[in-house]
Design a protein around this ligand. Structure first.
Ligand code: RET
Length: 284
């Protein structure tokens, strides 16, 4: 039976602590995603019309990822049974399995949306935005689908895991080159006071998107409960930073640009005169 189960959680018994940490990682992910739908919708109201889509796309990403992660969490809950004999959560053998593969399905939706947000926030001209987005999305989807093939090897076929992992990494490198091109072009239309932001976007994306291949490769370090939990924890860290924190950063950038462009709701939201300006002179 064991050799046909393709994801690590289906073959490793977990202590109560490990099971809870895995469950918690997934629950925190979808909880945060759903909460931030509200944040991004409300934020879009403060942005100039040309940037509103950035925040709206973040809300869509939150909804899509939240639903998928909620499903991932219920799989986690369904595939373990606590055994009083061993004192461990044992993977069930009634045909229910846990799989990370659904994540890759979800990324096929969210990654293109996250990538489009970048040239939109930077304010690239339409034609360039379309051609650059198309190239980024092609590289991104190729990266995900080749990784999807490889992740089926995480339990018993490390050759499959590594070969497809390398092919996927080649697409990741291409994607980074494309992202870099978008950033470079975006810098030419970024106001001087915000010029440091685009370069920081690149390093932020590199550091946070780079967590996914680590989570992918981790099962090679051993079939232990620590690895099972670390993999879900890394996925959570990556999910929150690449979608939620990224969205917050991009929408703050758009808010500043909207204010510089004189959009009233953004100017009011960015009012930095502080409380002292409303006080009379003698209490200042
Ligand atoms: C894989 C396979 C192994 C090699 C590499 C990978 C990269 C995955 C990345 C995923 C990013 C996902 C995001 C999802 C947001 O919803 C496919 C794990 C390089 C970078 C940003």
């Amino acid at each position: 039976m064991e050799d046909i189960l393709l994801n690590l959680p289906n073959v490793v018994p977990l202590s109560d602590v490990a099971w809870t940490l895995g469950s918690l990682s997934l629950m925190v992910s979808y909880g945060a995603c759903f909460a931030f739908i509200i944040y991004f919708i409300m934020t879009s109201l403060q942005l100039a019309p040309r940037y509103k889509l950035v925040a709206i796309l973040s809300a869509v990403v939150m909804a899509s990822a939240g639903l998928s992660l909620m499903r991932e969490w219920s799989m986690w809950a369904a595939v373990y049974d606590f055994s009083t004999a061993t004192g461990m959560y044992e993977p069930v053998t009634d045909g229910q399995t846990f799989s990370n593969a659904y994540r890759y399905g979800n990324w096929t939706i969210t990654v293109p949306l996250l990538l489009i947000q970048l040239p939109l926030a930077l304010g690239l001209a339409r034609k360039e935005l379309h051609s650059r987005s198309l190239r980024m999305i092609t590289a991104g989807v190729a990266m995900i689908w080749t990784g999807l093939v490889g992740q089926f090897g995480e339990v018993n076929d490390f050759a499959l895991l590594n070969i497809w992992g390398l092919i996927s990494t080649a697409f990741f490198v291409w994607l980074l080159v494309e992202i870099f091109g978008v950033i470079r072009s975006g810098k030419t239309v970024t106001p001087p006071s915000l010029i440091k932001w685009p370069g920081n976007f690149f390093w932020f994306m590199l550091a946070t998107w780079g967590l996914y291949p680590i989570a992918y490769a981790l099962p090679q370090l051993g079939q232990t409960q620590e690895i099972v939990v670390a993999q879900q924890f890394l996925f959570t860290l990556a999910d929150i930073s690449t979608k939620l924190i990224y969205g917050v950063i991009l929408s703050r950038f758009c808010l500043r640009k909207s204010a510089l462009e004189g959009y009233p709701a953004a100017v009011a939201a960015m009012d930095e005169t502080g409380i002292t300006s409303h006080m009379s002179d003698d209490i200042k």
